[in-house]
Design a protein around this ligand. Sequence first.
Ligand code: SF4
Ligand code: SF4
Length: 436
Amino acid sequence: MANSSQTYLSALQTPFGTRSLYDSVCYCNRCGMCANVCPSYQQTQQEPFSPRGRNQILRQFISGKLKAKRNRKLLEGIIRSCALCGRCVQNCPGRISTPQHVLELRRRTKISLFPRTLFYLLRLRQKSPTLFAGIVRGGLFLRRLGLLQFISCISGIAWVKHALEILPPKITFPVYKEVKDPTLIYLPSLEAEFMMPSLFEQAYKLASKEHHVTVWRNTASGLFEYVYGDLRCARKLLRGLITRHARTGNGRLPILTDSMDVYNFLVSAPQLFAEFPAFEKKAVDFSASIRYVTDFFPKKLNKGKAASSSVQLFCATAFSQDVSLELKIRQILCTLFEKNFVECGYKQGIVPLSGYGFVISTHAPAYALSAVQGMAVSQTQSVFVTNGLTALELSFYVHKFYPAAQVRHIVELGDNYAKFPTREPINSRTKTQTSC
Ligand code: SF4
Ligand code: SF4
């Protein structure tokens, strides 16, 4: 039995079954098919910054050939430049989970990525949800008065500046009714609850058509802590969620999330509790109850007055090797937009952004700009994303550099796709590769 204080995973669930980290890394046959899709390799053109390079370095690290103390700079570089976008997994014949390997390396070297202040603030969401909500509301109030700009220059909380830049100008907190006998639990992401009220409202409205929805407000999923490298805290939060779910509606209620990253993280709960036999079965049941917003779309999607120019999907996540959900979303877009749904080739520099995959500030803008550039090359008018934070981050760059385009969360298609706003194509040029 595992020690509950263990700070890293001793086994991963891989396409080849449950494997030790070393075995999982060794399945990488060094074919290099992942290199061209990796944003960090595209930027640096250096082998250690490719998925293959990361796997080889991790192998040396686990086998003791590469010492953390002596090679700290190299390890920091390869950990902090990985966007956790999961593109390498999608393009790897063996579906080697390089992002999961990077996360393990993060835990084993204790090289954290996020600023401590941000980590402690988000931890407050677990320890004192009311205080957390109060701080967010207070912060938004100060922002309206224009006072937060001054705070952002204090060392350690420079991330406030980034938050100020990407947040929409006006935020009003979502309103909903409590229900007595719920048939579904909605677990809004941090961004839906505190930054994007429209995302909350759309997901809630979609689920309410068929269900009595109860909202688990201000509930941390453990994803942030997992990515940060704090496995104990991630397990604790997830265990709390699993126990609460088991006590609500006999553990039979589906749980809706609006974030694909949260979805994939929660679905992977059995991996986190594989070494805890007493809890594993509960984790498996919990994992089977997780739903993503597209599960609540109408069964029959009638093609409406859809966009008259190219539409793309930015959908990638470090937390899943199962692409079935992504394929379903692609199918929805193909049905609704037919030949206007376009996918850019990987080499065109399309990279997904992942809010949880914050990377070092020297790389982040380059990754984002290459995504916007890819949209411009294919004259894409609308790009759909599957996470709120991605929508916020990408909107910021799109608005700045390519104002003719727009970023939408996929949930927007569930209710009013027939009325989805149309825009005239910028010009008649160009689809590089159509996927329908
Ligand atoms: S991670 Fe996959 S695609 Fe990349 S080198 Fe290894 S086996 Fe090949
Ligand atoms: S997750 Fe993304 S950034 Fe990290 S190695 Fe894979 S492709 Fe590169």
